[in-house]
Design a protein around this ligand. Sequence first.
Ligand code: AQP
Length: 335
Amino acid sequence: MTSKPTLFSGIQPSGDLMIGNYIGSIKNWVKMQDDYNCLFSLVNLHAITVEQSPEALKKRSLDFVAWYLAAGIDPDKSTVFIQSHVPEHSELAWLLNCHTYMGELNRMTQFKDKSAKHEQNINVGLFDYPALMAADILLYQTEKVPVGADQKQHLELTRDLAIRLNNKFERELFKVPEPFIPPTSAGGRIMSLQDPTAKMSKSDENKDNFIALADDRKQILKKLKKAVTDSGSEIYYDLENKPGVANLLTLYSVISDQPIDAVVKHFEGKMYGHLKIELAELIADYLEPIQNRFTEIRSNETELHAILTKGADHARQQAQPTLRAFQEALGFVLR
Ligand code: AQP
């Protein structure tokens, strides 16, 4: 076992993995691999809380894992696995269900938002999503959870559950996890290209709203040329009054690894069109080697499955003691 603090993070296999997911999660994961015992999951149990096409789900799951690896996740350093390969997630989620109150889940804003979006399919899993998320985290005695603002409420519930159960059973069953704000927090929230007041989302039906990791140079340029800016012409960072331009500047800053001020200076006296074209070139150049690695990794499914099997075995080893200790506390007869 490792002495490094444990960090858990996951992405749902829904939509097309895009630049916002890369900047907000995967890019930071890559940097954390040396300092933490990292578990990076493809959370397919969460994904089926909304309707999915089975064939697309299967293909996309392997695609996403290949993107993790292509972007620099090293399976020798980090545990990379598919959530459903580790049945302890569902088992712990059930046990947590029996200690989570309806009132707590009723307050979750993500449930309210997603119910409104998926009116025809307000299933129990959608309601129960936060208990499964708590299981994902608590199963590994996770200390750090990188979360965006939208997941803070769920992490708070996870913490409440850990504290409640530790108190109830008078032993430290679960570590109480802390939110983790990555040091480079710039770009934590990349906005939609067509509506810069809304978050860029990989499941957005309008694909012009996001740059997929798989987009080629031509597609990137086309999408950025269409990106909504404003009626002005001067390039400067003003999130409130120029959210479109601010979003493009953020993208440029994160991808070029320069502070916003330096980017603004670089574009002094230039037009929005220059910013869009240069940004498209920058992103295309940046993504090209990742896309090449993706093609290579994705073409070898045998190797991909081997990595996932190793990851699941490693995750299970780490998960089982926590689950067993909780079952014992509950009074289950252990096998
Ligand atoms: N716009 C974004 N900017 C920065 N980070 C983002 N993430 C998502 N959108 C942005 C981060 O990517 C990870 C994906 O987590 P998820 O699969 O649980 O889905 P999500 O948070 O609901 O993200 P999406 O892209 O909007 O997915 P869909 O459209 O499928 O629901 C998270 O770490 C998130 O912070």
